[in-house]
Design a protein around this ligand. Structure first.
Ligand SMILES: O=C(O)CCC(=O)C(=O)O
Ligand SMILES: [Fe+2]
Length: 257
C-alpha cells in the first residue's frame, strides 16, 4: 500500500485534482495555508471493485494494475475487518441479532489516502489538527509514527507507536452516539517530525445519509438515560462543516441531551 500511495502522491497536482468526490474531502485536498503538510485523496465505496477501477482509469489512463489490484484487495480486507469489529461490539452489548444486519446495510465505506510532508528545516509540524472522526468506525494504517491520541485520564497527548501487522481503530462520532455514550471518542492529531514523508490510509465506515443514528433501546435505562437524540449522518455532517471548529465537541453540541 505505501508503495502504491507514493506513486499516487508523486503525480502532478493537476492529475490528482481530477479526482472529484461527491462529498467535501472525498475528492482531492491539496496543501493549504492552514494545513501546508497535508494532502489527501479518497475513493467512495471502494468495496465495489468497479469504483477502484474507475479511480485508477481516471488517474492513470494508461493503466496501473499494481495500484488497482492492491487497493481492491486491501479495501476488501479492511471492510471485512470493520464488520468483524462491528459484530463484536454489537455482540458485546447483546444486540447483534436484532441490529447488526441492518446497521451494515445502512453503512457506506470510503477509503482515504493521506500524505504528510516532512516539516521544513527539521522542525516539528502540524500534520493533522486535533479532531474526532465523523463516521461510525475508522480503521487506519500509517508508514511512520506521528499519530497522537488525547488521553481521557489526564488530557495528555500519547504517541501511538506503529506496530507491524496491526491497524489502529477509532470509535467515531456516530458510534459514540449509538452506544449511548458508552464508548469514548478519542480526539487525535498528527505531528510530523524528522525528514521522511508519512503516508496513511484510512477506511471510514459511515452511516448512509438517510440512516438514523439512534441508541438501541436495550442500551437505554434508568442508569443510562438517552445521551443523544436520534439524528441523520447527513444533518450532522452539515452541522460539522458549517458550525464547528475541529476542537469543538461537535457531536455533543449537535445531538447531546
Ligand atoms: O494519519 C493518521 O495517522 C491519522 C489520520 C486521521 O486521523 C484521519 O484521516 O482522520
Ligand atoms: Fe482522524
Amino acid at each position: 500500500m505505501f508503495m502504491v500511495l507514493k506513486d499516487l502522491f508523486d503525480l502532478p497536482v493537476e492529475t490528482k485534482k481530477k479526482n472529484v468526490g461527491s462529498r467535501p474531502f472525498s475528492g482531492y485536498v491539496g496543501r493549504s495555508q492552514q494545513s501546508p503538510l497535508y494532502e489527501s485523496l479518497g475513493i467512495e465505496e471502494p468495496d465495489l471493485p468497479s469504483q477502484v477501477q474507475a479511480f485508477t482509469d481516471l488517474i492513470w489512463p494508461n493503466g496501473n494494475p499494481r495500484f488497482c489490484r492492491t487497493v481492491k484487495s486491501m479495501s476488501k480486507m479492511m471492510v471485512e475487518l470493520e464488520q468483524i469489529i462491528r459484530k463484536m461490539i454489537f455482540e458485546s452489548f447483546g444486540v447483534e441479532k436484532k441490529y447488526y444486519e441492518s446497521s451494515v446495510n445502512d453503512t457506506e465505506y470510503g477509503i482515504h489516502f493521506v500524505k504528510y510532508d516532512a516539516p521544513p528545516n527539521n522542525e516539528t509540524g502540524v500534520g493533522a489538527r486535533p479532531h474526532t472522526d465523523g463516521g461510525f468506525i475508522s480503521i487506519l494504517n500509517y508508514s511512520l509514527p506521528g499519530l497522537e491520541v488525547l488521553s481521557k485520564e489526564n488530557d495528555q497527548w500519547l504517541l501511538v507507536e506503529p506496530r507491524q501487522g496491526t491497524f489502529t481503530v477509532f470509535v467515531a462520532d456516530a458510534l459514540k452516539a449509538w452506544s449511548n455514550g458508552r464508548f469514548h471518542l478519542a480526539t487525535h492529531k498528527v505531528t510530523m517530525r524528522g525528514k521522511k514523508n508519512r503516508y496513511t490510509y484510512v477506511m471510514f465506515a459511515i452511516p448512509k445519509d438517510e440512516a438514523v443514528i439512534e441508541a438501541p433501546k436495550e442500551l437505554v435505562d434508568k442508569d443510562h438515560p438517552l445521551a443523544f437524540r436520534p439524528f441523520k449522518q447527513m444533518d450532522f455532517f452539515r452541522f460539522y462543516l458549517t458550525n464547528s471548529s475541529p476542537q469543538d465537541n461537535a457531536l455533543q453540541s449537535f445531538a447531546g441531551i
